[in-house]
Design a protein around this ligand. Structure first.
Ligand code: FES
Ligand code: FES
Length: 137
């Protein structure tokens, strides 16, 4: 198909077999939820992280309402962040995701959505933790 010529096999793989699709309960204290939209196209991505006591991401889930490149980028991001700390994952750049998927230039903003979603999920986790810590202190 045209899609198979346009996209690298890594995109097709993650688009056809996305990893970590779904959601965690937002209210769980160890869950951070990122919700971001792309200003370029209006697509939406939710990325959730589960974080243990030492700040490591043990699991992830995503839902993406968007194009195949955005779904593939979310899937890759959800895999890459597992086992890393929240401090580490906020340094993941959309360029790395785009490079892995060999995204064409017109699709670069789709991987930006994934970078933003990681940062947004970490931010949400930190805010929830700060509130919880303050309540305990
Ligand atoms: Fe929404 Fe890409 S513009 S799918
Ligand atoms: Fe909208 Fe890909 S075209 S995220």
């Amino acid at each position: 198909t045209a899609g198979r010529r346009f996209y690298h096999e890594n995109v097709i793989d993650h688009f056809e077999n996305p990893r970590n699709v779904g959601s965690f309960k937002r209210d769980d204290p160890d869950v951070g939820t990122g919700l971001v939209g792309s200003p370029a196209c209006g697509d939406l991505m939710t990325l959730q992280i589960k974080v243990d006591e030492s700040g490591h991401i043990t699991d992830s889930r995503f839902k993406t309402f968007g194009c195949g490149a955005a779904i593939a980028a979310s899937s890759v991001a959800s895999e890459w962040i597992k086992g890393k700390t929240v401090a580490e994952v906020i340094t993941i750049k959309n360029a790395e995701i785009a490079k892995h998927l060999r995204l064409p230039p017109v699709k670069l903003h789709c991987s930006m959505l994934a970078e933003d979603a990681i940062k947004s999920a970490v931010q949400n986790y930190k805010e929830k933790k700060a509130i919880a810590d303050a309540a305990v202190a």
